[in-house]
Design a protein around this ligand. Structure first.
Ligand code: NAI
Ligand code: MN
Ligand code: ZN
Length: 336
């Protein structure tokens, strides 16, 4: 089979490999499509602290089960499935409280173990979720990025009365916007970015107001309006102090970033408004919810897709994704 391998930081190759055999409890998936995420580029560039090399990258993928390992149900052969990349132990403290996404021995497919930019991949059977026919092949790999939005919004508990502010209109910000509008029916969703084309995508995804903070500070653009719910999907360390200053009393703020750089917030700025802070990493068993949302058409993943290329053109696809954020949002890789 052909697989996209990052041999070491900076070295991406399309490699001929043996088709993997599913281990006990695993299924093997013949992959039909995958999508590119910022973290794939970070592994390529050597900027992902969790990555081990050489690695077959890709954690957003879907396909058809074509083999099962010992103990896995062989009746599942032929199922169309999306694969949850979060592999957890099931018995540590976080797993025991329903937080397998921060399992003490967390393994992420495509990061810690070989992933889905490949013709075949293996995964624990319980990580492979049956897709209904209502979800077409073209968007089936996009379940995973929406689980990020599902996870953070589960903490934030949006209501129709919220005035939401989303920082960043990249793929992550857009999934959040779609979930806030389509799932939670939040009355007002404001998105801030400095790339006009991305703000246009945010409006297409349901944003009520978009603001360009490229030259004018956000505080000025908001004109006194105080968001009650804020999601940082831009993830620069300077954002949290600004968000805290702009937030309404009793607001909730959700953070998605992994920056190692410090940011400064005072206790007073948080406590005086009794602001709640939540962080969210990957997803804790959110595949069923997102599959349901997609099947019901209350989120629209196709609106994120700007490019589709065959797996063989991976380097070109990753380069467009990395270098052209004006035109590029989600890139679908077609396999086989
Ligand atoms: P992206 O880089 O495509 O999008 C970020 C957007 O934020 C860009 O459009 C950029 O112009 C905008 N931006 C940057 N600074 C800004 C500022 N100060 N104000 C307004 N807009 C600003 O990235 P993508 O793929 O959408 O991911 C966003 C972040 O989410 C990344 O930092 C990534 O590491 C993180 N992430 C976290 C996950 C988690 O589970 N916690 C999962 C996936 C991504
Ligand atoms: Mn992703
Ligand atoms: Zn665990």
């Amino acid at each position: 089979m052909k697989s996209v391998v990052i041999n070491k930081p900076g070295e991406l190759v399309l490699q001929q490999r043996d088709i993997p055999q599913p281990a006990a409890g695993e299924v093997r998936i013949k992959i039909r499509s995958a999508s590119i995420c910022g973290s794939d580029v970070h592994i390529w560039r050597g900027h992902n602290p969790f990555a081990r090399y050489p690695r077959v990258i890709g954690h957003e993928f879907f396909g058809v089960i074509d083999a099962v390992g010992a103990g896995a149900d062989s009746r599942r052969i032929g199922e169309r499935v999306a694969v949850d990349p979060v592999v957890s132990c099931g018995h540590c403290y976080p797993c025991s409280v329903g937080r397998p996404n921060v399992c003490a021995s967390l393994q992420v497919i495509g990061v810690h173990r070989d992933g889905g930019f490949s013709e075949y991949a293996c995964a624990p059977a319980e990580n492979a979720y049956l897709l209904p026919a209502a979800i077409p092949d073209e968007v089936a790999s996009l379940v995973e990025p929406f689980t990020i939005a599902a996870n953070i919004t589960a903490f934030l508990k949006p209501t129709t009365r919220d005035v939401a502010l989303v920082y960043g209109a990249g793929p992550m910000g857009l999934t959040v916007v779609q979930v806030l509008k389509g799932v939670y029916d939040v009355s007002r969703v404001i998105v801030v970015d400095r790339i006009p084309q991305r703000l246009a995508l945010a409006r297409a995804s349901g944003a009520d107001l978009t603001l360009d903070n490229g030259t004018t500070p956000l505080a000025e653009l908001l004109n006194g309006e105080q968001p009650t719910l804020i999601v940082d999907a831009a993830c620069h360390p300077s954002i949290l102090p600004e968000a805290v200053a702009l937030a309404s009393p009793a607001a909730r703020i959700g953070l998605l970033g992994f920056s190692g750089d410090p940011c400064t917030v005072t206790q007073q700025s948080l406590t005086s408004k009794e602001i709640s802070l939540f962080t969210s990493r990957l997803n804790s068993k959110r595949f069923p919810a997102v599959i349901d949302w997609m099947a019901r058409g209350i989120i629209a993943p196709a609106k994120l897709v700007t490019h589709s290329l065959p797996l063989a053109q991976i380097e070109e696809a990753m380069t467009i994704f990395e270098q052209d954020p004006q035109r590029c949002c989600k890139v679908i890789l077609t396999v086989g």
